[in-house]
Write a protein of this length. Structure first.
Length: 126
């Protein structure tokens, strides 16, 4: 689990502890194992452990795997094929909503007129 969180933090730009706190790593790791070949995942871990940036994956076979893991964390969906939302909790916990500074649509009642309020600054949501 620690390695998966480290790779995920490296790809998403969110700290490992913040990803762990979402409680979604336990849901996401089996999805990644199901859809990625071990060699793809191993290439990601190798580049990360050698201090390389995710840009080093450009042009490699592992680029698709990196994009899939990043999309999983940001959207709560596996990009496919076939694409699917992992769970309701994964959708609501997608990092895209933290980056945007608000809750996922349809997941948190804002009350009457809440649409008129300016969004929360991203640094206030982390």
């Amino acid at each position: 689990m620690c390695e998966f969180l480290a790779v995920s933090a490296w790809l998403t730009g969110f700290p490992t502890e913040e990803l762990r706190a979402t409680g979604l790593a336990e849901e996401y790791m089996p999805v990644v194992r199901k859809h990625l070949r071990p060699v793809e995942y191993e290439q990601l871990t190798r580049v990360r452990s050698r201090g390389g940036s995710p840009q080093r994956l450009l042009g490699s076979e592992a680029l698709t795997a990196a994009r899939a893991i990043t999309a999983l964390w940001y959207t709560g969906s596996w990009p496919g094929p076939p694409s699917y939302v992992v769970s309701r909790r994964a959708y609501a916990g997608g990092l895209v909503w933290r980056a945007a500074g608000g809750p996922a649509p349809g997941t948190a009642p804002g009350g009457f007129g809440s649409w008129a309020e300016p969004p929360t600054a991203p640094e206030q949501t982390r």
